[in-house]
Design a protein around this ligand. Structure first.
Ligand SMILES: Cc1cc2nc3c(=O)[nH]c(=O)nc-3n(C[C@H](O)[C@H](O)[C@H](O)COP(=O)(O)OP(=O)(O)OC[C@H]3O[C@@H](n4cnc5c(N)ncnc54)[C@H](O)[C@@H]3O)c2cc1C
Length: 399
């Protein structure tokens, strides 16, 4: 049973786009997500994998363009479009929705530069990535201002560094196996340490295609949840790029990285409130079908109460997220609100998916039923884009 729409002001265009996104999510993403979940990590990205057709169809429908707006929309209309589309994609399959999301990262970061050639290089790829996490720096990388650092300590040596050589930068090192789309991305938004030769080493953002000499990839990662989402290391062996591909210099890094994390955490807030909705809807349907004690289990009072709790949490996460998306568009975006939404939605997704699994009883644990996958997908989200505890320290430090 689909949940009602609390937003009473949807326009005809918004309604039509939501319908298109929902049909794609239901007819294409859901079945493909289930099929991909059962494949090996290598199978997910094999030539004959359903992944590629899903990516192509998403592109053909123009849903990314709808989310980012075509220039004719006001900031608030664009914000509404973003959650209208993303909620459906997150409902369809969280891992695939993230494949679509990270594809836009290199292009989004290239927009910060005035380098037309670079924008052109990354404008038309199907896959991309946000490469920030390093083998020795997971939470450290997310903790942009060092709010979670132990007193008197620093974060130690980076695993990737870009060194200035004349008019170029030369990049060496390794990003971690947790980079989403790391082994298939055509381009990267690379957040890493930089030595410009002038100041003390800092951090910067580069945008680069990943077919350059010296770039290689790791093995696709095998993991518990969001298995349709490819992940793996990217290695840089003296990769030479022009200086102008540094799109954010060290002096702009903290602000830019905080903005990117604000955008990413807000997006996670949308996707995982939607995943909670998916789990809730499946649980309601099952509770109406499954008979125990002589009646459909929804007729037992405690089952109804449990569904009501799941519903309350899901709608609260969805409302907070919509407010944050709209506020980001109109006000100075604030990371603490994005973190509040990300943590609320992912925690809600986990709790609702877990309770949904319980409502399915033994069937909830079977791979014949859809709920155990959703539960695994939700579990990963509490670590993805920053472990919720570390994000909490960062959010609290900003209050
Ligand atoms: C599904 C998924 C998708 C991801 N996608 C991407 C991506 O696209 N690009 C990318 O670059 N990365 C990505 N990541 C990586 C993700 O950002 C990191 O996993 C996350 O930041 C945590 O880092 P870590 O795994 O190294 O854990 P660690 O940092 O090693 O943390 C381990 C534990 O220690 C705790 N901890 C660590 N530091 C502190 C501290 N200072 N204070 C208190 N507690 C602390 C944490 O809370 C956690 O419980 C993804 C991860 C997942 C799971």
């Amino acid at each position: 049973m689909p949940l009602a729409e609390l937003d009473v002001g949807l326009t005809d265009t918004e309604r039509a786009i939501r319908e298109t996104a929902h049909r794609f999510a239901a007819d294409v993403m859901r079945p493909a997500g289930v099929a991909l979940d059962k494949l090996s990590p290598e199978g997910v990205i094999a030539k004959d994998s359903p992944l590629w057709e899903v990516i192509r169809q998403h592109r053909a429908l123009g849903l990314s363009a709808a989310e980012t707006g075509d220039g004719d929309l006001s900031p608030i209309e664009q914000a509404r479009m973003r959650y209208i589309v993303s909620e459906e994609l997150g409902w369809g399959d969280a891992g695939l929705a993230i494949v679509f999301g990270v594809a836009g990262f290199p292009r989004m970061m290239a927009e910060l530069s005035d380098n037309a050639e670079l924008k052109d290089i990354v404008k038309d790829h199907l896959t991309g990535c946000w490469a920030i996490t390093e083998p020795d720096h997971g939470s450290d990388g997310v903790d942009i201002l060092g709010h979670a650092k132990a007193p008197g300590k620093d974060y130690g040596k980076p695993n990737v560094i870009a060194r200035r050589q004349g008019d170029d930068f030369v990049i060496s090192g390794q990003k971690s196996s947790w980079v989403s789309c790391g082994t298939i991305a055509e381009a990267a938004a690379l957040f890493c340490a930089v030595d410009t030769g002038n100041d003390k080493p800092g951090r910067a953002v580069f945008v680069l295609p990943l077919n350059l000499p010296g770039v290689s990839r790791g093995k696709p990662l095998d993991k518990i949840g969001q298995r349709p989402l490819n992940q793996g290391e990217i290695f840089f062996d003296d990769v030479r790029i022009p200086r102008s591909w540094m799109v954010v210099p060290p002096e702009g890094y903290d602000v830019a990285a905080s903005m990117v994390l604000t955008t990413a955490n807000t997006g996670m807030g949308t996707l995982f409130a939607a995943l909670a909705r998916a789990a809730l809807e499946l649980a309601i349907d099952y509770a109406k079908e499954r008979k125990q004690g002589g009646v459909p289990i929804i007729e037992h009072q405690t089952v109804r109460w449990r569904l009501s709790e799941m519903f309350r949490k899901t709608e609260a996460a969805r409302s907070l997220n919509r407010d944050v998306v709209r506020s980001n568009a109109l006000n100075q975006p604030r990371l603490e609100y994005a973190i509040a939404s990300k943590v609320t939605s992912t925690q809600t997704a986990f709790e609702v998916a877990s309770e949904a699994l319980q409502i399915f009883g033994g069937n909830g644990t079977s791979r014949e039923y859809p709920i155990e996958k959703i539960f695994r997908d939700a579990r990963s989200s509490m670590i993805e884009d920053g472990c919720n505890y570390v994000l909490g320290i960062m959010g609290g430090s900003r209050l």
